[in-house]
Design a protein around this ligand. Sequence first.
Ligand SMILES: CC(C)(COP(=O)(O)OP(=O)(O)OC[C@H]1O[C@@H](n2cnc3c(N)ncnc32)[C@H](O)[C@@H]1OP(=O)(O)O)[C@@H](O)C(=O)NCCC(=O)NCCS
Length: 144
Amino acid sequence: MPTIRQYRPEDRQGVIEVWKNAGLIRPQNDPSRDIDRKLAYDPEGFLVAEEQGKVIGVVMAGYEGHRGWLQYLGVDPAHQGNRIGRQLVEAAVELLRQRGAPKVNLQIRTTNAKVIAFYEHLGFRLDEVASMGLRLVEDEISTQ
Ligand SMILES: CC(C)(COP(=O)(O)OP(=O)(O)OC[C@H]1O[C@@H](n2cnc3c(N)ncnc32)[C@H](O)[C@@H]1OP(=O)(O)O)[C@@H](O)C(=O)NCCC(=O)NCCS
């Protein structure tokens, strides 16, 4: 059984590996800078699943005063299907509940239909909204 706990400094490479293996890294997102930003702003909302000293799953939870958000959920493919994604989501949702968030939102790439079914299985429902963004910082492409 994995332990779900807060991110520690020694987890950085393991977290990036999980995101890479789970297909979550995009050229416009430098994962190391994403980790730094989360740690600077809200380290308690950064959770990992650890098993035998290895990071095998990751999620970021955040609350901005109106909605709770889940981001960057990923489980290493070798460990998928073992309820680790469920445990990470449940821990993150509990954290957001304790912080007082009245609703939890998340964004899924439209190409990632499988994950919609996963979240629906956990009780989430599709909202009739369009998601929009405005980039403020251009990250360098990371080859790490
Ligand atoms: C999505 C992801 C995190 C799921 O993690 P996982 O550990 O494999 O999932 P779990 O084993 O915890 O599944 C939890 C439950 O959801 C169900 N489930 C999983 N995938 C499902 C799917 N595609 N459709 C329906 N149910 C699904 C499981 O059967 C399980 O049910 P149960 O707990 O009631 O028995 C993992 O597949 C992943 O890392 N995907 C790639 C990265 C990604 O796309 N992340 C999301 C970015 S928005």
